[in-house]
Write a protein that binds this ligand. Structure first.
Ligand code: FRU
Length: 495
């Protein structure tokens, strides 16, 4: 094993015991130590779920990408394995960037990732190539024939400096495909399709889909799968322009629902939507669980808000909750992974509570909780102005999720969460609910909120770095609102 990986593994071993368990979220995966971004190589292998991640062990900032590694029996209890990849070859000397994983027929696990190499030490530009590593679930050997897909394979006009994030899958006939993101000279994204018979040597097939300029510029981190007879492409465009309430500025994750043509070489979409309407969500990957569920995990962070970093903390970044995804009325919908339900404790329930001004309900507080809130006008003839749920609250701090039925807007707001930077603190989402009725299922896990609106029709996620002492929850209304509330504590740790 090469020096850089050995060093990273020794560093992890030393750092891990120094991070108290309760300094991390309970069930959202955080980096072993240092910095985390995209989920990588999300897969089920030899009876466990594997999640790798973009990883800089040495600092809480993005740099020098490695692949971190964790495994879980149930997608909720994670155990760190030693770092899987370090940038230690000529073709990936400046980083092992995002990619995916698959099990080969001989039982080995294959990682496919993007290797980065700067043209010179001070150069801004780096060549991006696709590389393979074979392993047993813990240790991985980079292949001698790396890089297996390089810039030479690119059609004219596409950039070898933006050529990354391979997603691999196996076709029914046993051959393999992968799609890789790239862009043209105007920075407009493309996904390229490659094909292989043995998953080791690859050839260019086609431009799988072109970004018509509608969704940002370069397309990062594609994922592609079938669901209910449709094909779904998740892709994370950079530098989006906003479009109504559907797409926000900057980087976001888009779901394109469509089909491939008869050759399977080209994809076209008929519907599109945002995957998450909150502040922090990017670069999602999915797997099919052994019992047939499609589960998605994204990076619970966004590139424009990464300076919200606490200096005293030696880890930074987290993944989203694993979410079961499904199609309902042509939309991609999401629900929290059902295994989480086993860890509910201390149910508290209130029915037909009138909220005027501010309401605090005995037993409803906490930072690791699940809340079901059903909201309706007290008098069906009189629509209220606004309902809000406040959480992570004390005298100094609070965050909120609010609903204005006249505008049909749900807003997430973390400006009073303790952040001292002018990052994005609010985001709005347009919901179909006209008559003032809405259901919210909210999951808090110490440093995050994920709100599933209308049974997962729309989801809003955000990181909340508020101190844990701020655990108040309250309900507010302008006008008269009636609510039902169910609350559980979520306890995954042994008591
Ligand atoms: C997306 C991304 C990927 C790249 C990785 C580098 O967040 O920019 O395109 O592979 O992060 O860490």
């Amino acid at each position: 094993m090469k020096q850089r990986l050995l060093f990273a593994r020794a560093y992890e071993e030393d750092a891990l015991p120094r991070i108290p368990k309760d300094a991390r979220p309970q069930f959202h995966l955080t980096p072993c130590v240092g910095w985390m971004n995209d989920p990588n190589g999300f897969s089920y292998y030899q009876g466990e779920y594997h999640l790798f991640y973009q990883y800089n062990p040495y600092k809480t900032e993005w740099d020098d990408m490695h692949w971190g590694h964790a495994v879980s029996p149930d997608l909720l209890h994670w155990r760190y394995l030693p770092a899987a990849l370090a940038p230690d070859e000529w073709y990936d000397a400046d980083g092992c960037w995002s990619g995916s994983a698959i099990e080969l027929p001989d039982g080995k696990q294959l990682l496919i990732y993007t290797g980065i190499r700067k043209l010179s030490h001070n150069s801004e530009e780096a060549l991006q190539v696709q590389c393979l590593a074979l392993g047993d679930g813990v240790n991985y050997e980079k292949l001698e024939q790396n890089p297996v897909i390089s810039g030479d394979s690119l059609p004219d006009g596409l950039s070898p400096f933006n050529f990354r994030d391979p997603k691999i899958w196996r076709e029914k006939d046993g051959s393999y495909r992968c799609i890789v993101g790239t862009c043209d000279q105007e920075q407009k994204g493309r996904l390229l399709l490659y094909r292989s018979d043995d998953a080791l040597s690859w050839r260019f097939e086609s431009v799988f889909i072109e970004n018509d300029g509608r969704f940002g510029l370069m397309w990062e981190c594609p994922d592609f799968f079938e669901m209910d007879g449709r094909k779904l492409l998740l892709v994370s465009p950079q530098f989006m322009l906003p479009e109504g309430f559907e797409y926000h500025n900057g980087n976001g994750t888009v779901c394109l629902i469509g089909d491939t043509d008869d050759s399977g070489r080209h994809f076209a979409y008929t519907q599109h939507q945002s995957v998450d309407y909150g502040i922090d969500f990017y670069a999602a990957q999915t797997i099919l669980t052994p019992d047939g569920r499609r589960v998605m995990i994204g990076w619970l962070q966004n590139w424009d808000a990464c300076q919200n970093n606490r200096k005293e903390q030696i880890w930074y970044g987290q993944m989203t909750l694993p979410r079961e995804i499904f199609l309902r009325n042509g939309r991609l919908c999401q629900r929290p992974l059902r295994e989480l339900e086993q860890y509910r404790r201390n149910r508290v329930e209130y029915k037909n509570i009138t909220v005027e001004d501010e309401t605090v309900l005995y037993g409803i507080e906490g930072r690791c909780v699940e809340l079901f809130i059903t909201v309706r006008p007290k008098d069906p003839e009189k629509l209220f102005q606004k309902f809000s749920l406040r959480f992570a609250q004390n005298e100094k701090y609070r965050s909120s999720l609010s609903f204005r039925p006249h505008e049909r807007i749900v807003k997430i707001d973390r400006k009073c969460s303790g952040s001292r930077r002018a990052i994005i603190h609010q985001r709005r989402c347009l919901v179909p609910n006209k008559d003032g009725e809405i259901s919210m299922r909210v999951i808090l896990d110490r440093n995050s909120i994920e709100a599933f609106l209308n049974d997962g029709d729309q989801v809003m996620s955000a990181v909340i770095m508020t101190e844990q002492a701020a655990k108040g929850i309250s309900f507010h209304a302008i006008g008269e609102v009636e609510i039902d509330v169910v609350k559980y504590e979520l306890c995954l740790e042994e008591e």
